[in-house]
Each structure stands twice: as structure tokens, then as C-alpha cells.
Write a protein that binds this ligand. Structure first.
Ligand code: NI
Length: 384
């Protein structure tokens, strides 16, 4: 097995060195294609622009594995010997590892094929506008009975497998608020309508939606991550713009927040005599694990790392994951693989210092091969 880990580590490091942003994963796709070819697995490239889909077997039940491929717009600060050679782009979410894991599972399954078919979906652009939806629209999930995907998680030690039954990830809705006041001289505020003052007080008021309008037993987050307005210190700003994201786990809470945000905006418009427009941007739906595939995943996890190393994490993440689009169409389960590096400071996902323990690669690949095999066996037994 050491040979397999070395092989996956090399793949991961090569991708890490040449990170590419969403829908730009050309070198990554070429590397995946070359590895699948080397394994003797048929594949298609150019799916949803830069995606690659591998096919092992043509008969029996069909189970898919999905790995995301894209990097983030960050400049790497790890100082690793295989650090990004592209300034401003970095694999800081472990997707380099996810590709290596799926290829590792492909190698295991090719050497000892299951009694069914396996589809390996290498998906572009998870971090940006989403690559899952266009892949589904191009028909990649046709004929697939079940699907699994995973994510490296630096909060848990390598060798641990983490599972969450039911809701695993949140709705991620974006929004922006455009405030138009009336520009003027900084020393004569009574002649102007100050968009910056309105923006600042709106940011504070919007947080009260969470504390005062949402059921305290229903998780919800509103983050305004960007605020712009004004030009210089002696001009009262005519325009200000707020960009934010809303995370919820149920549609009722989500709709309540939409409604309250609109109400806050129109109240501020009336109060200050400004024009305030709110626009919502659809994000990812919540990722909900299907009970049956969750059971298969739990059994496969126990068979891979032993009961003591399987962590059942009962609460969902408020982060988004576009694997949710696949689970809206076909049953499946999302799994997390511990990747904390021992003996050093561990940085979180999306941090320019992020790295993970590559021992996670072998655990994850063995698990992925096992979960596919077990699900195929279940489906085959049912079909008899
Ligand atoms: Ni990620």
C-alpha cells in the first residue's frame, strides 16, 4: 500500500504546485486524464468546461464518486517545497487532495473491480459559481444509482472519518444592498443624505434580524463581508454598497430573513430619504445526506478505520457545498476525512497557511473504494 500513498502524494503535490481557479482547471484536467489513461479507465474531458468523468465497468448497479478540482484566489504562505507556483492562486481547501483521493480509489477499484460500474466525477469550480449544476445539466448523473463525495477536514486527526446524518451543509444565499443618498460637502451634512452613515447603521440593524426575528433554536448566520462607499474624506458619499451572505438550514428561516432584510431596507429608505435596493443571489441548496447511503458510509468507515476512529458529528456545517445539487437528484452521502497535521499549528481551510496530513489520502481512498463496493453489493442484492 505504500506505493499507492506515494502515487497519490505525488499527484496531490503536482496539483498543489499548479493550482487553477474554477472553470480554468486545464492542467489539472490534463493530469487527471493522463492518470485515468495510465490506469486503463475510459474517460471524457471537457464536461462542464473543464470537468473529467471516468468510467469503470458498463454493467450492474452504478455508483459514482465526485471530487472537486479548483483552487482559491489566495497567495500561498506555507513555504512548502511544493507550494503554489502561481501567485494569487492556492489550493487552500484541500481539493488537490480530493482529486488524489478519487484517483487512488480508482486505482484500488481497477485492480479489484466490483460487480457493477463506477463513475468518477472530477468537478470544476466548487468554490465559485458552482460546477455541479452544469455537470448535471450535461447528463453526468444519468444512470447513476448512488453517489459519494468527501472533504478533508483539518479539525480532526488524519485517520478519522467524520459523518453527519441528515443535513450536512447549509443554504448559502448571497445578497447585496445598494444605497443611494445625496452627495455633498463634508462640512454641510444637512444638505446631503449620507450613504456611509446609512450603510453603517444598516450593518448593525441587520444583525438584529438574527437575534430578534429568527427562532433561537434555528441556526442562521448573516455576514456582511464587504462594504464600499465614498471617495475621499471631505465628500459625503452618495453611494454605498453592502455584500453579504445568508446561511440557514431550513427554508422557513431563510424566507423570514429575506422578508426582514427587505423590511429593514425600506424602513431605512424612509427614515433617511434614500433609495435602497436589496438583491438576493441564489446560492447552493442545503446538502442533505440520504439515510440509506449514510448507513453504507458508516459501515464502510468502520470497516476502513475501525469503530473508534469513526466520529459521528451530529450538527451540520453552516458552510455551503455544491455537492448538494447532486443529492437533490440522486441518493448519496458526503463524508469528511480528518487531516490535522500532528505537532504543528493547524491552519483552517481557506487560510494562506493551510496544509493537511497526507496520511489522510490513503484513509480516504480506501474508504471511497470500500463504500462504492458496499453500495454496489447492496444494490445488486436488492435487484435479485
Ligand atoms: Ni472545499
Amino acid at each position: 500500500m505504500a506505493a499507492l500513498l506515494d502515487w497519490m502524494r505525488e499527484i496531490r503535490r503536482e496539483i498543489h504546485r499548479q493550482p487553477e481557479l474554477g472553470f480554468n482547471e486545464h492542467k489539472t484536467a490534463a493530469l487527471i486524464a493522463a492518470k485515468l489513461q495510465g490506469l486503463g479507465i475510459d474517460f471524457k474531458t471537457g464536461v462542464a468546461q473543464t470537468g473529467v468523468v471516468g468510467y469503470l465497468g458498463t454493467e450492474g448497479p452504478t455508483v459514482a464518486l465526485r471530487a472537486d478540482m479548483d483552487a482559491l484566489p489566495l497567495t500561498e504562505c506555507t513555504g512548502l517545497p511544493f507550494a503554489s507556483e502561481t501567485p494569487g492562486v492556492m489550493h487552500a481547501c484541500g481539493h488537490d487532495g480530493h482529486v488524489a483521493i478519487a484517483l487512488g480509489a480508482a486505482r484500488i477499484l481497477k485492480e479489484d473491480p466490483p460487480k457493477g460500474s463506477v463513475v468518477f466525477i472530477f468537478q470544476p469550480n466548487e468554490e465559485g459559481s458552482g460546477g455541479a449544476k452544469p455537470m448535471i445539466e450535461e447528463g453526468v448523473i444519468n444512470g447513476i444509482d448512488a453517489i459519494f463525495a468527501g472533504h478533508i477536514d483539518p479539525r480532526y486527526d488524519a485517520g478519522k472519518i467524520v459523518l453527519t446524518p441528515g443535513v450536512n451543509n447549509a443554504y448559502t444565499d448571497g445578497f447585496h444592498i445598494e444605497i443611494t443618498g445625496r452627495g455633498g460637502h463634508a462640512a454641510r451634512p444637512h444638505e446631503a443624505i449620507d450613504a456611509v452613515v446609512i450603510a453603517c447603521s444598516m450593518v448593525m440593524q441587520i444583525q438584529a434580524i438574527i437575534s430578534r426575528n429568527v427562532d433561537p433554536l434555528k441556526p442562521a448566520v448573516i455576514t456582511i463581508g464587504q462594504i464600499t462607499g465614498g471617495t475621499v474624506n471631505n465628500i459625503i458619499a452618495e453611494h454605498a454598497l453592502l455584500w453579504g451572505t445568508i446561511r440557514t438550514l431550513d427554508d422557513g428561516t431563510r424566507q423570514r430573513i429575506f422578508e426582514r432584510l427587505r423590511a429593514v431596507a425600506s424602513a431605512f429608505a424612509a427614515m433617511y430619504g434614500a433609495l435602497i435596493e436589496v438583491k438576493f443571489h441564489d446560492g447552493y441548496p442545503p446538502l442533505i445526506n440520504h439515510a440509506r447511503q449514510y448507513e453504507t458510509a458508516e459501515a464502510a468507515a468502520q470497516a476502513t478505520v475501525g469503530r473508534d476512529n469513526v466520529i459521528i458529528h451530529p450538527t451540520p456545517s453552516m458552510g455551503g457545498e455544491d455537492f448538494a445539487f447532486f443529492l437533490e437528484k440522486i441518493p448519496g452521502c458526503f463524508i469528511r476525512f480528518g487531516g490535522r497535521k500532528a505537532g504543528v499549528e493547524q491552519f483552517p481551510l481557506h487560510n494562506p497557511h493551510f496544509d493537511f496530513d497526507e496520511a489522510a489520502l490513503i484513509t480516504a481512498a480506501e474508504f471511497m473504494a470500500k463504500v462504492v463496493r458496499m453500495e454496489i453489493e447492496k444494490l445488486a442484492a436488492e435487484a435479485v
